[in-house]
Design a protein around this ligand. Structure first.
Ligand code: SF4
Length: 151
């Protein structure tokens, strides 16, 4: 069985940070469900995924935690149908200010076992200047929520 790693890009954000060069878009919510459907279709028809053992899945962005968690669950469920995820490290990028306990619980139930929480700086004034949507306290609250659901 071949071993692979998977990167999944979610190119949507609550707002665009001043310094950002990533492929990400704000105010494009109308495209989220269409994008997810296309992504699911690509996963379903991908031959390279068939009968693979997946070492890592990294769900990055953009802000994956910005979109409804049902989409993240759907994506992981489709990969599970095609691949062995029995010992996979599954990571999701999160932005403070976009995460709820319900979302985190959905991530955990789907098999996500690692999170990357974007902070950039603990200086609230600098966070505001660079266009981040959160402050340092929200980062700490997000971290605590993630620990509560044992991610
Ligand atoms: S949250 Fe990340 S991906 Fe989104 S605009 Fe800011 S830096 Fe770019």
């Amino acid at each position: 069985m071949k071993e692979i790693g998977i990167y999944i890009h979610i190119p949507f954000c609550a707002s665009k940070c001043a310094y950002c060069d990533f492929i990400s878009f704000d105010k494009k919510e109308e495209y989220i469900s269409k994008y997810i459907e296309s992504l699911k279709s690509e996963i379903e028809t991908s031959e390279i995924l068939n009968n693979s053992k997946v070492n890592t899945i990294y769900i990055g962005g953009g802000t994956p935690s910005y979109i409804d968690s049902k989409y993240i669950v759907q994506i992981i469920d489709i990969i599970k149908e095609k691949c062995d995820l029995s010992s996979t490290e599954i990571t999701i990028e999160m932005n403070p200010g976009t995460v709820t306990q319900d979302k985190l619980q959905d991530y955990y139930n789907a098999g996500i076992n690692r999170v990357s929480i974007g902070l950039q700086t603990t200086n609230d004034n600098l966070l505001k200047t660079i266009g981040r949507i959160h402050n340092c306290e929200q980062f700490l609250n997000t971290y605590k929520l993630a620990r509560q659901v044992r991610i």
